[in-house]
Design a protein around this ligand. Sequence first.
Ligand SMILES: Nc1ncnc2c1ncn2[C@@H]1O[C@H](COP(=O)(O)OP(=O)(O)O)[C@@H](O)[C@H]1O
Ligand SMILES: [Mg+2]
Length: 239
Amino acid sequence: MKIELEGLNHTYDVEVLRDLSITLRDYKAVGIIGMSGSGKSTLLRILSGLERPTSGTVRVNGHDVTNPEYRKQVGFVFQHHALFPHLTLLRNITLILEKTRGYSPDQAKARAMELLDLLHLADQAHKLPKHVSGGQAQRGSIARALSLDPEVVFLDEPTSALDPILTFDVLSAITELRDIGKGFVLVSHVMNFVRSFADYVIYMHQGRMAEHGDPSILDDPRSPELQDFMAKVPDCTFR
Ligand SMILES: Nc1ncnc2c1ncn2[C@@H]1O[C@H](COP(=O)(O)OP(=O)(O)O)[C@@H](O)[C@H]1O
Ligand SMILES: [Mg+2]
């Protein structure tokens, strides 16, 4: 995956991202960390094309993120699963494949079952989101995000709404996806997971990349901001 930011600024009523410029080449998984309000979600929304930056250029794998075509080929997973509540996990995926990819019902079902199987959900396929655990629903959201065959999958605190057991379950499932040939950009507060999954880490502080580099920056932070953050962030049990 390649990510290029040139003079990226984003403002709501205040400046939220301040003059970010960076080129990242050949990373599989970029982890974004930082305190609440530091601009992580905004950066993720811009990278995924969900939000247009106020100024600057942003390219992902060479695609200009403001191009509407780009948005059609990204997958996004939010803190809370965004499955249609009245549809089974299976139908949540087949519907997308039929409506946006022109699959026949049989083709859609076959592909959806492959994806559910990949997320260890084959036996839950015919259940509604409210009848599965929060971790299973979140894994269903990931399967649905993959259904569009995105080049890059964006995950914004995918386990923040889950208890520790379900968190482990979802992060293990994401870990298994690392080598399926997609890029991943994710925000997480589970440092052990970021350390093992990401091959590049960005620490956001007040709208800037206060420190970034390979995951060893988590063990040996140089900036006072990241040192302070690492001292405060709770230890979380993941491997
Ligand atoms: N849609 C919005 N309208 C106005 N302000 C926003 C909006 N989204 C985020 N913000 C503000 O931008 C800042 C960064 O938010 P966000 O990117 O969500 O940070 P994080 O994900 O790191 O917690 C915060 O001060 C937040 O209040
Ligand atoms: Mg956020």
